[in-house]
Design a protein around this ligand. Sequence first.
Ligand code: HEM
Ligand code: HEM
Ligand SMILES: [Fe+2]
Length: 445
Amino acid sequence: MKYKSQQVAYWFFALAMLLLALQIVYGFVMGFARVGYDVLHTVAPFNTARAVHTNLLVVWLLTGFMGAAYYIIPEEAEQELVSVKLAYVQLISLALVGVTAIVGYHFNYWEGRKFLEIPRPLDYLVVINVLLFLGLILVTLFKSAKRTTTSLVLTMGLVFAALLYLPGMIWFDNQAVDSFFRWWVVHLWVEGVWELILGGILSFLLIKLTGVDREVIEKWLYVIVGLTFISGILGTGHHYYFIGTGKTWLIIGGIFSALEPLAFLGMVLFAVAMYRKGEKKHPNKIALNWTLGTAIISFIGAGVLGFAHTLPQVNLYTHGTLVTAMHGHLAFWGAYAMIVLAFISYAMPNLTGRKLYDTSRGNYAFWLSNIGMLGMTVAFGVAGVTQVYLERKMGLEFGDVQNEIKVHFVVLIFCAMMFATGITLYILEFLRYGRPVYDAPEAKP
Ligand code: HEM
Ligand code: HEM
Ligand SMILES: [Fe+2]
């Protein structure tokens, strides 16, 4: 690594790994509950497990983004982070707020708004934490004369993500209005500003791993940012179809959300083109696998499987079913989990000086987790389509339908075990790297 303060990234990655492992545990709790082994019911009933599972997901991804930013910004700005001490304060307070929230969920201290379950009093602590994080990043960036497109897009994504947390903190007495603004957070995050974070990290990784000129890579980045905004903002309409907002949203939401896959398609073309153009000399093959994998799987999970239920004619039937869970898993995995894992794979050799570039454990981690997740997606998909058919076409009762589709959760658990094996190998590899060492030599393409 080039800058001493980049070391702080390591501890964010370590926290992310821990939270990812916990997220998977809660996934299994739900999976087993679905097939009749609801053994942890008293500690973590399905609804609690679900909230914990998805919140841990969001928190470990954000932790990973923050770690990546603490690594990328000093390097792009050619300037040490302004305060390493405060970055550690931020890390520890983030972990404390996270743990408090998760423990609280087990005592039913949470709000029933999917993905935004953190109770509002705790939200204020989240805000303070994020302000500290942004302060450190922004001051570092502005102290330096060097502002690259990559660092600006990444920072813009982080700043907007923080701003968009706020609409979720307003109180509304009306359930429909509350739902309307909930999507400003949930949708505009994953189909808007997080895509900028993704684009920024992807661009940094491609610059480092392919050796293609920065100018070429950053030109693509502009195109992706443009496509994201053109489609994603009004694409929010695909959540406003039947919630009491009026018929115009059927048209706006349908058209603009149908364009959203273009940004993800752009990313695949971008990543693959840069890979082809590059000299393929960088020794860190695993990081390259994860980087290209991110672009490809996010296109399938977000682009293709998102499109599959985004038209109002389809969403009328699929809304809120396991079809949504199918898409949610592969989209979050492909776009945001994989980019964090790609970044960690890239950064660890540079942080520690240990070059575990193309180990069989690392390769198994990549393939098992990806094949496992694809299998889980298929299992959710088959269960979801069956659910839609039986429940919404045939008119069977919800509970009876859930009984009928139990068998698909057996398949899900099987695939999830494969997935979890891959992740276990990834974490073992992470641990094998050990602690960061300053002056560790860096590999070049
Ligand atoms: C990486 C990007 C994406 C992620 C992480 C993601 C994730 C999710 C998640 C978790 C949900 C469930 C939200 C909830 O019910 O609270 C959801 C819903 C939805 N997503 Fe995505 N998504 C992404 C991109 C897309 C794209 C590009 C499209 C369209 C082309 C799309 C179409 C939809 C639709 C229509 C729903 C509503 C499903 C329903 O009515 O139940 N998504 N998405
Ligand atoms: C061992 C692995 C996992 C298992 C067994 C698992 C299982 C589940 C189950 C059973 C649900 C609830 C679905 C329902 O409402 O019935 C769920 C929800 C969810 N999980 Fe997982 N999961 C796992 C890993 C992951 C990973 C790695 C991610 C993200 C990268 C993820 C993202 C989500 C999301 C976004 C939802 C909410 C979906 C929605 O809103 O419809 N899960 N998971
Ligand atoms: Fe959306």
